[in-house]
Every structure is written in C-alpha cells, then in structure tokens.
Design a protein around this ligand. Sequence first.
Ligand SMILES: Cc1cc2nc3c(=O)[nH]c(=O)nc-3n(C[C@H](O)[C@H](O)[C@H](O)COP(=O)(O)O)c2cc1C
Length: 354
Amino acid sequence: LYRRPHALVASWSADGLKVENYLTGRLATVSPLVLQLLDGLDEPHSHDEITARFGALSDRGTLVDALIASDLLLEVDSVADRRDAQLERTWRWPHAARYFHFTTREVDYSFDFEKQRRFFEEKALRDPPPSCFKEPRAGDRGVQLAPFSADDPFFALLDRRRTCRSFAQRALSFTALSQLVTATWGVQRYYNASVLDRRVIKRSPSGGARHPIEAYVVAVDIEGVVPAVYHYDARDDTLRYVAALPDRDERIALFGGQWWVKDAPALFFMTAALPRSMWKYDFARAYRVVLLDAGHVGQTFHLAGTALGLGVFTTAALADPRIERLLAIDGISETILYAAAAGFAGSHDNTETD
Ligand SMILES: Cc1cc2nc3c(=O)[nH]c(=O)nc-3n(C[C@H](O)[C@H](O)[C@H](O)COP(=O)(O)O)c2cc1C
C-alpha cells in the first residue's frame, strides 16, 4: 500500500514542475497530471489501484515505480512513512517553516581557508562585497555617541570575546566545565505563571520563556569526568550518559570537517525541543524565534567561556544526521541547531579567520 506524503512541496524550476519530498530530500520533475494523480492518494492505495488511475498510459506501471523511487509515494509502514506521519503529528508549523528546516539540514562544507581566501579575493574583483555599513541618505542629520568605557569589567569582557579556532591539548577542570555549562544552560530560577505553565528562567532570553534549547556535552578531556557524550539535565545540573566518546576523526566529521575542534577538551551540541515552542506558538514565524534563542544562548556561552579565560567557538556548520544519530534524537521533535567548543587557546592563531 502506498500513500502521498505530507512533506511535499511543488514548484516550477527551469526544468519544469518539481515535486519535492522535503523530509527525505528526494524529488522529481513531473507532468502536472501527476499532481492530479497524487491528489486522491492521501489514503493508502495498492500499486494496482494507483496504476489503474493512469488510465490508458502505456508505461503507467513504470511511472508509479518512479514516483515511489522519488518518495512522492510512500510505502505504508516504511521508515519514510513513519517519519512523515511523525512530522505531521509533531510539527504544528506549516510548510513555510518545515521546508526551510528540512531542506537545509545537509550542506557540503569546505574549510580549506587558503582556497577560500583565493576564491573570495577573485570574487571580490568581479563582484565587490556589499559594505558592512549602511550609507546615510544625503542630508540626514545625526548625533555622534560617546564611546563606551572598557574600564567596566563587563565591557572589558565584551571586548575580549573572540572566536577561537585553535585549542591546546590540555584538560579542562571540572569546576570550569561546571561553571560554563550551568551559567550557559542552567536554570536561574522558576516562577509560576499559571497552573499550566511553571516557567523556567535562564541566563539568556527566550521567546515566550519556552527555552527550547537543550545541551549535550562531549567530554573529551575533563578532569574527573569519564570521556563520553552526556546530556545536561538542567533540573539537577547533572550530566547523564548518552553515548561513548566519538574518536577525533568522528568529532571533526560531526563538526562538518572543522578540524580545529580536534583537540578541544569539551564540545557542546545544542538541540531544539521544538514542541515546547510549537505548543505556545503554532505559526511558522515562531521557527525564527527558536533560531534567535539559540543565538542568544551562543552569546551567553561566548561570554561565560571568555570570563573563565577559555577559548570559545560556536558553529552552525554541522553534519546534522550524524549528530542526531549520536545523540539518539529523532531530528523531528528534537533537532540539532548549533554547536560549540571550549578549551585553552592553542598556539596557532587563526582567530581572525571567518
Ligand atoms: C551562527 C554562527 C555560525 C557560525 N558558524 C561558523 C562556522 O561554521 N565556522 C567557523 O569557523 N566560524 C563560525 N562562526 C564564527 C564566525 O565566523 C565569527 O563569529 C566571525 O568570524 C567573527 O569573529 P569573532 O567571533 O571573533 O568576532 C559562526 C558564528 C555564528 C554566530
């Protein structure tokens, strides 16, 4: 038995009408007649029943097989069918958010800085980059502000924060890890907003106080902690075992090939438990809020790590499916968004590389 997936989006491209299963990543260029066929297939039908719908078409059996092969029809009870049903059950946000999220999970990254530099130098000659500043309109009046004082310890900290891309092979103390994790992802306090909603307050703002961001610690070299992957349970500040420590090559692969995390004594994965946000906001725009939340947590991580004298790094260039397998999360109700590393800055100074 086969049915039409929920995760389908159709659009026209230069090649014609493209129908895409955004959950599996498969797509096909089809005749508009195929849409009419799919229209009646939200309920399961047998292969013969579906073939019969094509009427007189001579190669109709092959066409149905092609639709199955490109996941425009899903076999009932297959992995793809079950994931599609789970998506439909879990995601209260419509296609606008789903499509962006699921079609951007995997990117081929290149971290050959030398090659990248040459590429952008050439590109800049052909196609100069836009200015980092907005030009005022002619005649606009303004007021020039006074510079802030770095004598204040907080402003000095802001000034010290830098992305670190070189880590020394040196263990992180248990205290430093505890401070970094609890300051960044820990609970500051609880308050009762209503009987339904015992709210959590953390050290980063969160849209609707939903705090969808969860943290996992890859303890590579932490004094007193068995090297492994742990989930940080913010209720009691406890690291709970999730998986064995991935080896150095695998850690680099999880970070999309960013080799400078190889010696970092602590890596962190930030996932989003999306139903927390969807429960309160069922419109697609709330997806933006989850991404913004992750950014705030990232900045808190940067500042806490800097205050502890550590080199810190955050990245969105990740091998999502690999990380989700490692963390044993489904990628639908809980999904990887952001990752980080902390340790002692190494000797190789590539902090200016972007
Ligand atoms: C959302 C986000 C994603 C980033 N992803 C990467 C990345 O994939 N690789 C990387 O080397 N740096 C990454 N960075 C770091 C930026 O390149 C860095 O912040 C920028 O070069 C400015 O340097 P600074 O942080 O020292 O001010 C990311 C930063 C942010 C905020």
